[in-house]
Design a protein around this ligand. Structure first.
Ligand code: SF4
Length: 60
């Protein structure tokens, strides 16, 4: 199981609010670019999935 950010759902025009929700700081974003998830750090708590208003963070 891996969490990914769906490029077609993320508008990439704002700071990702889910960055602050992640308890282990696994979500990184350069400027307004597509956020990336550090798979080593991610504990699969799925808080970001529930939080993202665009439903851009998905389980693969
Ligand atoms: S599932 Fe949890 S630990 Fe993993 S990136 Fe999302 S908020 Fe962070």
């Amino acid at each position: 199981m891996q969490l990914t950010v769906n490029e077609s759902r993320c508008p990439q025009n704002h700071r990702c609010p889910a960055v602050k929700v992640c308890p282990v700081n696994a979500i990184k974003q350069e400027g307004y670019a597509l956020p990336t998830i550090d798979q080593e750090a991610c504990i699969k708590c799925e808080k970001c999935i529930k939080f993202c208003p665009m439903k851009a963070i998905q389980v693969k």
